[in-house]
Design a protein around this ligand. Structure first.
Ligand code: GLU
Length: 533
């Protein structure tokens, strides 16, 4: 009994295990997000989780999180925990998985982390060996390379299969001998399918695709005794009663293998939906977003640039279903979850990560958010990413900051632009250069002319006896009246005023500045400049 020699510690049968995982209600639709902690903070993980959850939540499906950590060589410490934290930032909630406090499991199908399920997988591997559908393979790396060289020379597909797999046909005496010599081995699937045959694969996103059967004796259990992803995920999807597997296109090529495995187990395979990868367009053309090359592959990029979470979600929602954008125009204040996301309409060719588009989406999100909420969020971002500026902003009255936020919200695309656009509003110490005040295009030919218009503005403001304007509109009315009286053009008079108030070449226009700065501060700044001229 080869299986007992290989797995002496396993005493349970597949049925024993299956009975511990109660069937779910037959009308439940169950999907899962199954990240591998071999990288973290990739925007693709947020995209696919968003896709899983919007489709699932929309339809009242169950969505669970499973950590697929069978690739221990590439595993990054804390990546799994980081996933959970990031998903929480995006309000992506799972019904089950390691999502409770301290990453404890919630749900009846635990453990939801593959490294804690090794025993379970071995029960099924042992059963496959007993049924003659899997076998130990003692090939060394060198022998595998030699096989590959022979295959390449004779122009046949490479890999371990049929006549290229000596251990597939080994006698039990040979196996026993190798075991007694303590030779390292893996367990391979004994594929019964044919290289030359095709199968029609059904996929919700890709429809029906005719593809080649699996013919490779792939490794299902590594030398370390840890099962491979291909095997482990399949056992889990069955035991956790997954009905829909929604995952990236890169797994589509492995689908025939997964289907063969389901077949061998006499289990019904779930429905599949393989969506296109995240892509970007640059001088190389269209290509997959790369973890190594592209800053925007990293979720931190979006936080560092201070995009609001709502904007990132809208951006990703657009990538999931292109019609989302039209819906958003009609429903600027609704939750994205109210949109009718359709799995069948998910992007197959590749969803484009286009930062110009994100900026556009984000400027709309900012515009459509109330100033009070924006201010609240802005303060949190500043506290986290720019403590120094946060302290400066907080040293000014909230009402002052709020005025700035409401004036600026139609002009910025992300919170990082807040600082660039408003720094001068929090600093009293500077004055504009003379070169800036003189501007031929604005018909300010010399400092004398600039001075004249600064005095006009100063007079007007001083006459108000410290009474602030209640709106930009009111500032505008007063100034337009005074400028008309002086028989001048608005632009001409307001150029030096704007420069004196902001000492910047680009800033909000003068009248908004007077409204934001209040009369007293505006007078102070104008006088400051006049003293220096
Ligand atoms: N662990 C796999 C990944 O990170 C999941 C593939 C699947 O969903 O089956 O891509």
């Amino acid at each position: 009994m080869l299986e007992n020699l290989l797995f002496p510690e396993i005493n349970e049968t597949p049925d024993d295990i299956i009975s511990k995982y109660p069937r779910r209600n037959s009308d439940l639709v169950v999907t899962r997000m199954a990240p591998s902690p071999t990288w973290f903070l990739h925007i693709g993980a947020v995209y696919s989780t968003l896709l899983d959850t919007v489709v699932a939540k929309k339809n009242n499906w169950i969505v669970f999180l499973r950590i697929e950590d069978t690739d221990q060589k590439r595993e990054i410490e804390w990546a799994a925990e980081k996933f959970v934290d990031i998903f929480k930032v995006f309000w992506l909630n799972f019904d089950e998985g390691p999502v409770w406090e301290n990453y404890k499991d919630v749900g009846n199908y635990w453990p939801y982390t593959q490294s804690k399920r090794e025993y379970i997988y071995k029960v099924f591997i042992k059963d496959l060996v007993a049924r003659g559908l899997a076998y130990p393979c003692f090939l060394t790396e060198e022998e595998i390379s030699e096989t590959r060289a022979i295959q390449e020379a004779s122009k046949v597909p490479t890999g371990i299969y049929k006549e290229y797999s000596p251990w597939r046909y080994a006698s039990s005496d040979d196996v026993k001998k190798a075991l007694s010599e303590n030779k390292e081995f893996v367990i391979r699937l004994k594929s019964t399918w044919e290289l030359t045959k095709k199968i029609d694969v059904k996929d919700i996103v890709k429809w029906i695709v005719s593809t080649q059967e699996n013919f490779l004796d792939i490794v299902i259990c590594k030398k370390t005794g840890i099962p491979t992803y291909h095997f482990a995920h399949l056992i889990d999807d069955y035991l956790m009663w997954t009905t829909h597997v929604i995952r990236s296109d890169e797994w589509f090529a492995s689908l025939p293998l997964h289907l063969e495995l389901f077949n061998m187990m006499w289990w019904k395979a779930p429905q599949y939906a393989h969506y296109g990868p995240l892509v970007k367009i640059d001088w190389e053309g269209k290509r997959k977003l790369s973890k190594r090359k592209d800053l925007e592959a990293d979720v931190e990029f979006y936080f560092r640039e201070w995009y609001m979470v709502e904007a990132i979600i809208d951006f990703l929602s657009n990538m999931i279903n292109a019609w989302f954008e039209d819906w958003r125009k009609q429903n600027p204040n609704e939750s994205y979850l109210d949109y009718d996301f359709k799995l069948e309409k998910v992007n197959t060719a590749g969803a484009l990560v286009d930062i110009d588009k994100l900026n556009w989406v984000s400027s709309n999100t900012i515009k459509n958010t109330s100033s009070e909420i924006l201010y609240e969020k802005l303060i949190k971002y500043l506290e986290k990413y720019d403590l120094e500026f946060f302290k400066i902003v907080k040293s000014f009255p909230d009402i002052y900051n709020l005025k700035i936020v409401s004036e600026l919200k139609t002009k910025i695309r992300k919170f990082s632009e807040y600082k660039e656009n408003t720094f001068f509003l929090y600093d009293e110490s500077k004055i504009p250069s003379r070169e800036l005040l003189v501007n031929q295009k604005m018909k300010i030919d010399d400092l004398e002319t600039a001075k004249k218009w600064l005095i006009l503005a100063l007079d007007l403001l001083e006459k108000r006896n410290k009474t602030d304007f209640i709106s930009v509109e009111e500032v505008k009315n007063s100034f337009v009246l005074a400028i008309n009286k002086a028989q001048m053009k608005n632009g001409q008079v307001l150029w030096p005023v704007r420069c004196a108030l902001s000492w910047e070449e680009f800033s909000p226009w003068a009248l908004e500045l007077i409204y934001i700065l209040w009369v007293e501060k505006s007078i102070f700044r104008l006088k400051n400049v006049l003293n220096f001229l």
